[in-house]
Design a protein around this ligand. Structure first.
Ligand code: BDP
Length: 706
């Protein structure tokens, strides 16, 4: 158990259950005429063989009393009568139903398309792995979001930007000849949760990804991913016509530039006939873009959209932008630049905004663009890799973060206009919908750099499929499949997971604080960071602590960023007495004596939150220790968690506890130097002077080395 199998371990079920299920699933009727059909069949054989202890019999018709029938109306006469019902479930949708047919007890996994059948097969395997009952089976599923995409920030040299799981999965050197079987396992994992797109290269893109040598390689990957319903996309560098094409400009209104992109796109489709399209980071952090030529983001996006449209491709145009001149409040930038462009984009453009207005912090309010551009499809960008959340060694389950954002009420069309409804297109009636996750995947044996980070990939996929699901339910499925369906295992693990994000918020950035990480690599605390090339890359710009208080005033008396939200939201966030405490210091500069809900003054509350964060990690360690398989007295969970994974997780929790303490000590020490207030009774003084924490150097911080 080294984690390679992810949530698809297919370990034997308890023998009584295995016997019962074997009877039900002894025979399988499944077509094998297409690569996707074969993928579904192979997965079921693999899964059932593992779970039940023997391979099922594959037949062309059921001979015994019961069995499993997979297919589409085209492949199965039993499924053909369901045609209309299946059509309602749409592309990718499926149903799983238990019924009597010709005197036999059958389970149908049926869909309109092969890919739906594959998704249904994975769903059935999930039910088997989690111990769900199979009687009265009646599952109807369809994806609520069209583009469910992983963004890989992988460079052509194998380095993964903000990657904490080793090097890139893509071995550009041995492609296209060598198709590492790992690519297939990657595809299986994604298909199991409904992910249907992969952007292969970093948003800080090299133009070379679009050169023929690399297109051949991307095409080989596309071939491997295609049977699993995954389309390949590429990040496009806006200046590629200059770098690859030898033109003197990349101006989107220049006919030569337009021709260059048309030809380039035609060429890409000659290699990859189902190419998904482009992801673009433009005029942000030094990347080239249309503004270099005095053109708007819409003019830039439309240039690429026009080239892609004849082939059915899309442009995912990022709204993560900020101006050359440091603005009074960086969080206002995207809205300022994009809101006025609503309606100016082509139909095959989707604007991709990060979940919050700053940058993947442990907690941010939802991005004000959600709900503010009704005529433009908006795509969610979550970060799965934990750039600001302790990297791979901190256990932070991101399900609650995603859920919190998706359930936020934009009030765009009155109360109940959630971000999830913006993303699934129902609020404004958009058919082009999407959710992207910045992948946490590398060539580490665990894929994600730690066992628990697999849950973040998993949760992202499940929420992209249906953004209305509960993070807790998803965690329970994941824990049951990854460790054991025994409730005595699932329960404590789910509790750990569900509390873990709040723990990280507490020991890093409590009460709405943000961007306090060390400069550049973001490893560890750096609330004192100031100076350097841009004020909005420093901590002091964001926390604004002084002798009187702390926090960024984003109300009308400050940057007035609150005005970017719908009036009801702005009124709530802008009022110090109504704003949720979790976002207090995001929106307000608050006196140290301000009375908090707990009755404590803000200063005492802040210090208490840091200490609470450390205690929450200690509590996770305690819980994890109770799941130790080698500890005496745990005979009832003999194989629940294998020693190999248990030990690594225990070690990582130790790192997390040590670093949580470091965060607490360094932050308390720094903020005390500003507030000049005594620590509340019972709070211990940090063991070192502030200078010690400030002088720590990490030239080889995780993820920072090439
Ligand atoms: C920031 C990362 C940087 C990315 C950038 C982006 O620090 O590495 O390039 O976001 O999303 O969070 O473009």
């Amino acid at each position: 158990e080294d984690g390679y199998a992810l949530w698809m371990r297919y370990v034997p079920l308890p023998s009584a259950l295995a016997a019962e299920r074997s009877e039900q699933l002894q025979e399988i009727v499944a077509p094998d005429g297409t690569p996707t059909q074969r993928a579904a069949r192979e997965e079921l054989v693999r899964g059932l063989t593992g779970l039940l202890g023997h391979a099922p019999t594959l037949r062309t018709t059921i001979a015994g009393d019961s069995g499993l029938i997979l297919g589409t109306p085209q492949t199965s006469s039993l499924i053909a009568p369901l045609q209309d019902e299946l059509a309602e479930l749409g592309n990718g949708g499926y149903l799983i139903r238990r019924m009597r047919r010709d005197g036999r007890d059958v389970i149908l996994v049926a869909a309109r398309q092969d890919i739906g059948v594959l998704y249904g097969a994975f769903h059935l395997l999930r039910m088997l792995q989690t111990g769900a009952p199979l009687d009265r089976l009646d599952v109807r599923e369809s994806p609520r979001v069209a583009l469910r995409v992983l963004d890989h920030w992988d460079n052509l040299d194998g380095y993964v930007e903000r990657g904490y799981a080793g090097r890139s999965l893509w071995d550009w050197q041995s492609l296209p000849e060598w198709r590492d079987p790992r690519y297939t396992d990657y595809a299986r994992a994604n298909a199991s949760i409904g992910i249907n797109g992969a952007v292969l290269n970093n948003v800080n893109a090299s133009a070379w990804s679009l050169a023929p040598d690399y297109l051949v390689k991307a095409a080989a990957l596309a071939d491997v991913l295609r049977p699993y319903g995954i389309r390949v996309y590429l990040s496009a560098r806006f200046s590629a016509p200059i770098e690859l094409g030898g033109l003197t400009t990349a101006d989107p209104l220049d006919p030569g530039v337009q021709r260059w992109w048309q030809r380039k796109v035609d060429e890409i489709y000659s290699y990859i006939p189902d190419f998904g399209g482009f992801l673009v980071k433009a005029n942000s952090e030094g990347q080239p873009g249309p503004q270099d030529y005095g053109r708007s983001h819409a003019e830039g996006a439309n240039l690429l959209a026009d080239a892609l449209a004849p082939h059915g491709g899309v442009v995912m145009w990022r709204a993560f932008v900020y101006a050359h001149d440091v603005p009074a409040d960086r969080t206002t930038q995207a809205y300022t630049e994009f809101k006025g462009l609503d309606g100016a984009f082509r139909r095959n453009v989707i604007v991709q905004a990060k979940n919050g207005p700053l940058d993947f912090q442990p907690r941010e309010p939802f991005h004000p663009l959600f709900g503010a551009m009704p005529r433009t499809p908006l795509m969610m960008e979550f970060q799965i890799t934990k750039e600001y959340l302790g990297f791979a060694t901190h256990l932070v389950y991101l399900g609650p973060l995603y859920e919190e954002v998706l359930q936020s009420d934009t009030h765009a069309r009155g109360p109940g206009s959630t971000v999830a409804q913006v993303i699934d297109g129902t609020l404004e009636g958009h058919a082009l919908t999407g959710m992207a996750g910045v992948a946490n995947i590398g060539n580490d044996r665990t894929w994600t750099g730690s066992h628990f980070d697999q849950a973040n990939w998993y949760a992202f996929g499940r929420l992209a499929w249906n953004p209305h699901q509960s993070a807790r339910d998803i965690a329970a499925d994941w824990a049951a499949m990854t460790f054991s369906p025994d409730p005595a295992v699932v329960q404590p693990i789910v509790d750990m997971m569900m509390g873990s994000r709040e723990a990280a918020v507490n020991y890093m950035t409590p009460l709405g604080l943000h961007h306090l990480m060390a400069r550049g690599h973001h490893y560890g605390p750096g609330p004192w960071v100031d100076g350097g090339p841009r004020a909005d890359w420093t901590s002091v710009y964001y926390h604004r602590a002084d002798g009187s208080g702390i926090g960024f005033d984003r109300t009308a008396s400050g940057s007035n960023a609150v005005a970017q939200y719908a009036p009801a939201v702005a009124a709530r966030y802008g009022d110090i007495n109504q704003v949720p405490e979790a976002l207090l210091l995001w929106f307000h500069h608050v006196p140290w004596d301000h009375r908090m809900a707990s009755g404590r003054p803000l200063w005492d509350e802040l210090i208490a939150r840091y200490a609470q964060g450390v205690r929450q990690v200690q509590a996770m360690q305690k819980t994890w220790a109770t799941l130790n398989p080698v500890e005496p007295g745990l005979a009832r969970l003999p194989l629940a968690i294998d020693p190999e994974r248990h030990a690594q997780i225990a070690a990582y929790l130790n790192i997390q506890r040590r670093e949580a303490q470091w965060w607490r000590d360094a932050s308390v020490s720094y903020f005390q130097s500003i507030s000049s207030r005594p620590l509340p009774a019972g709070e211990s003084a940090p063991p070192h002077p502030l200078l010690y924490y400030q002088s720590l150097q990490f030239p080889s911080a995780p993820g920072d080395g090439r």
